[in-house]
Design a protein around this ligand. Structure first.
Ligand code: SAM
Length: 308
């Protein structure tokens, strides 16, 4: 059977409507169909086509990344929980030296403070805060008599220096650990140009250190200038626990949720976890979800929430 015979055996193309219905187009279609039929009836062409499709299939399949862990829902749930075990607790008296060693090479960060390039840029008095002198601090310090307080979110140290004043006034030997990356938040500098910027650094850390220095609290306040997640993980690893922990960093749900979970791990038994800005949706949702999952109750002290 020659090619023409084969062509005549081919089914006619469906009737065309519109501008392709010209007889010349129909002829072209027939020719193409005959060519494809002839080619496919050659065994060698079939093998080449098979190899080609296999290669294309293999290459496109190899772009799909396979996970190297179980995707079982029960296993994935595990990643949604925060591990609860931290190291054995250090004694309260050894916490300060441990932090100095781990974070500041064994020396007080206030040694030689302020550096000469920073001194002229600092405000003599600028310790802005939000409800930083609220009654909740006195209430809880009187109740718990804390030896270690951890503050998650410090800004310029308004609430930290207030707590230092209270504990000193009560004759307590309390160490206050302030956690903050001292960057503020995206857009912070645009809203508040009070601080002079130094090579892109908003100088919050230096102003905080200055405020602590001016409050005569350099012996009772230490700071961890890291993200809350990193700092709280460090404390957990080193066995540093708080008798009183205040959470007042970022207020979106996921940040508050992570901070509360991470902070609770390092709360000493009998200690109290509390925080600011209950009115924020993200904070309120994180606080109540956490309380419900852990069988705790939420009490309010003005704008602060307290977990019992
Ligand atoms: C509301 S201010 C804290 C105010 C302070 N407690 C007071 O009363 O004066 C929040 C602080 O949390 C810090 N912050 C927010 N998210 C953080 C994160 N993921 N890691 C470290 N610090 C963070 C910001 O830099 C900011 O200084």
């Amino acid at each position: 059977m020659n090619a023409q015979d084969k062509e005549s055996q081919l089914p006619s193309p469906p009737p065309y409507h519109g501008h392709t219905s010209h007889p010349r187009h129909r002829n072209q279609f027939r020719k193409l169909a005959a060519l494809a039929y002839n080619t496919l009836s050659q065994p060698r062409a079939c093998i080449i086509l098979l190899i080609l499709s296999f290669t294309v299939g293999y290459l496109s399949h190899s772009q799909v990344v396979q996970p190297h862990f179980s995707e079982d829902i029960a296993d994935l749930e595990y990643h949604n929980t925060f591990p609860t075990q931290c190291s054995d607790p250090l004694t309260s008296l050894s916490v300060r030296q441990t932090l100095l060693d781990k974070v500041f090479g064994g020396e007080s960060p206030w040694k030689g403070f302020p550096p000469p390039q920073v001194a002229p840029l600092l405000w003599k008095r600028w310790n802005k805060g939000w409800d930083s002198n609220a009654a909740v601090f006195r209430h809880l310090i009187e109740q718990v008599q804390p030896r270690v307080i951890i503050e998650v979110g410090t800004f310029l140290g308004a609430s930290a220096t207030h707590m230092a004043e209270l504990t000193q006034g009560m004759g307590l030997q309390t160490l206050i650990i302030c956690i903050d990356d001292f960057r503020g938040w995206p857009g912070y500098y645009d809203q508040d140009k009070s601080m002079k910027m130094l090579n892109g650094d908003s100088m919050l850390l230096y102003q905080f250190m200055h405020n602590v220095d001016k409050s005569n609290a350099t012996e009772s306040i230490l700071f961890l200038p890291f993200s809350t997640n990193t700092a709280l993980s460090g404390l957990c690893e080193w066995g540093v626990y708080g008798d009183l922990i205040e959470v007042d960093a970022a207020h979106d749900f996921h940040s508050a949720w992570a901070d509360i979970n991470n902070a609770y791990k390092i709360l000493r038994p009998g200690g109290v976890l509390f925080g600011h800005d209950y009115a924020w949706d993200g904070v309120r949702k994180a606080v109540h979800s956490f309380a419900r999952l852990n069988g705790l109750r939420v009490k309010l002290d003005d704008k602060h929430w307290v977990l019992y």
